[in-house]
Ligand binder design. Structure first.
Ligand SMILES: Nc1ncnc2c1ncn2[C@@H]1O[C@H](COP(=O)(O)OP(=O)(O)OP(=O)(O)O)[C@@H](O)[C@H]1O
Ligand SMILES: C[C@@](O)(CCOP(=O)(O)OP(=O)(O)O)CC(=O)O
Length: 397
C-alpha cells in the first residue's frame, strides 16, 4: 500500500493542584471553574501516538496499547471533526494540498504506564491524539487553540498541551472558544518541583469522573460555595505562588483544594468516595511530616481515585525521604540510581523519639499501595520520529 501519511508525537500527564470538577456544558465539555496543574516528566509517564491517513483506509481506527479500541464515541468524533475542519480550511486555501480532510485516520497509541488506573491516562492520551493529528495535518494553530479541541475529548487533557505550570481558563463564551489552557510558567521557571506518586491499590474507580462531577453539580450545596467563592480566590493565589516560587503557599493551597474537591464529592447525594483508608493515612502522614519539620515541605493531592501525588522541592528530598522511604521501601518504583537509600534508613532511626512513636502507626501503610512513581515537573508535548505504524500497510507495527 502506498500514499500513507504518518506523524507521531508524545504528550505528558498532568496532575491538578486546583481541581476541575463540574461542567456547565456537557456537550462542549465546559467547566464550572478554572483549574491549575503541574505537568509531569514524560520519562516516567507519557503517551506516544502515531496518526496516519490514506485514501485507502476504510474507517477511523484506534489501537491502544496493542489492542483495537472503540473510536466512534461522541467525544472522539467531536475531536476528529474539529481537527478535520481546520485541515479543510487549509485545503481550501491551497488546492495543491492532499485532501486529508476527506480520508479516514488510523491512530496507534501507547501509554508507558497503566491505562485507566487513575493516572490521568485520558489526559495524556487525548493530548497526544490532538497533537499528532495536528502535526499530520500541518495545522498552524497554537497549542492554546488546540487545547480547546483536546478539552472536548477530556477536560483535563487540555492542560497536557503545555509543560510546567498550566492553567485551564474556564472562559465565558457559550461556544467554549475561550475555555483553553495557557502556560502559567514553563518548567524552567521552577524546575525543582518533584512528584512522588503513591499508587494505592484499588480494584476499580468508585464513579467515573464524568458522571461523578455531574452528580456533584446537581446535588451538592457545598459545591456552589466552592465554584463561586473558594476556587476564584484560590486560582489567583495559586498562580501567584507559582510565579513567586513560594512552595509553602503553593503546597497549602494544593492540599486544601484536594480536600475541598473530595468534600464536595462526599456532599454529593448519594455520596462519592474516591479516597480509601490508605489515602487518608497518607494525608495524616504528610501533616505529621510538615509538623515535625515545622515547615511545609510536602503537599498531597488526590484525583478521582485513591492514588496520592506528593509534591515537594528537590532541596527537601532528603528530609522527606528520611521518613517516607523507610515506610514505603518495600514497594517497586524507587529510582535505582539513588545511592542514598541506605542513608535515608540510617537517618530514620535518628529521628526524634516523639515522631518515631507516631510513625509506628504507619508501619503497614505500604500494604495498601502497589508501587511508587518517582518523577518531577516536565515539558509539554514533543514531536518524535519514533513511529508505531507500519508505512507499508497503515497498521500497528
Ligand atoms: N493513549 C490514548 N489514546 C487515546 N485515548 C486514550 C489513551 N489513553 C487513554 N485513553 C482513553 O482514556 C480512557 C481512560 O480514561 P479514565 O478517565 O477511565 O482513566 P484515567 O485517565 O487513567 O484516570 P483519571 O481520569 O481518573 O485520572 C481509556 O479507556 C481511553 O478511552
Ligand atoms: C479529579 C480530576 O482529575 C477530574 C478530571 O476529570 P476528566 O478530565 O477526566 O473529566 P472529563 O472532562 O469528563 O473527561 C481533576 C482535574 O484533573 O482537574
Amino acid at each position: 500500500m502506498t500514499n500513507i501519511h504518518i506523524a507521531s508525537a508524545t504528550a505528558p500527564v498532568n496532575i491538578a493542584t486546583l481541581k476541575y470538577w463540574g461542567k456547565r456544558d456537557k456537550v462542549l465539555n465546559l467547566p464550572t471553574n478554572s483549574s491549575i496543574s503541574v505537568t509531569l516528566s514524560q520519562t516516567d509517564l507519557r503517551t506516544l501516538t502515531s496518526a496516519a491517513t490514506s485514501p485507502t483506509f476504510t474507517s477511523n481506527k484506534l489501537w491502544l496499547n496493542g489492542e483495537e479500541h472503540p473510536f466512534n464515541d461522541a467525544r472522539s468524533v467531536q475531536v476528529l471533526t474539529h481537527l478535520k475542519e481546520l485541515r479543510k480550511k487549509l485545503e481550501l486555501e491551497n488546492p495543491a494540498l492532499p485532501k486529508f480532510s476527506e480520508w479516514y485516520l488510523h491512530i496507534v497509541s501507547e501509554n508507558n504506564f497503566p491505562t485507566a488506573a487513575g493516572l490521568a491516562s485520558s489526559a495524556a492520551g487525548l493530548a497526544a491524539l490532538v497533537v499528532s493529528i495536528a502535526k499530520l495535518y500541518q495545522l498552524p494553530q497554537s497549542y492554546s487553540e488546540l487545547s480547546v479541541i483536546a478539552r472536548m475529548g477530556s477536560g483535563s487533557a487540555c492542560r497536557s498541551l503545555f509543560g510546567g505550570y498550566v492553567a485551564w481558563e474556564m472562559g465565558q463564551l457559550q461556544d467554549g472558544s475561550d475555555s483553553k489552557a495557557v502556560e502559567i510558567a514553563p518548567m524552567e521557571h521552577w524546575p525543582q518541583m518533584k512528584a512522588l506518586i503513591l499508587v494505592v491499590s484499588a480494584d476499580k474507580k468508585d464513579t467515573p469522573s464524568t458522571s461523578g462531577m455531574q452528580l456533584t453539580v446537581q446535588t451538592s450545596e457545598l459545591f456552589k460555595q466552592r465554584v463561586d467563592v473558594v476556587v476564584p480566590k484560590r486560582f489567583k493565589e495559586m498562580t501567584q505562588s507559582i510565579l513567586d516560587k513560594n512552595f509553602a503557599k503553593f503546597a497549602e493551597l494544593t492540599m486544601k483544594d484536594s480536600n475541598s474537591f473530595h468534600a464536595t464529592c462526599l456532599d454529593s447525594f448519594p455520596p462519592i468516595f474516591y479516597m480509601n483508608d490508605t489515602s487518608k493515612k497518607i494525608i495524616k502522614l504528610c501533616h505529621h511530616i510538615n509538623t515535625y519539620y515545622n515547615e511545609t515541605i510536602v503537599a498531597y493531592t488526590f484525583d478521582a481515585g485513591p492514588n496520592a501525588v506528593l509534591y515537594y522541592l528537590q532541596k527537601n528530598e532528603t528530609k522527606l525521604f528520611n521518613i517516607i522511604y523507610k515506610l514505603f521501601e518495600k514497594l517497586p518504583g524507587w529510582k535505582s540510581d539513588r545511592a542514598n537509600y541506605k542513608q535515608f534508613l540510617d537517618q530514620y532511626t535518628k529521628l526524634d523519639k516523639s515522631v518515631l512513636n507516631i510513625l509506628d502507626n504507619f508501619n503497614d501503610i505500604y500494604k495498601g499501595c502497589s508501587r511508587v512513581i518517582d518523577t518531577q515537573v516536565g515539558p509539554g508535548p514533543q514531536s518524535t520520529n519514533e513511529c508505531l505504524i507500519n508505512k507499508e500497510n497503515g497498521l500497528p507495527k
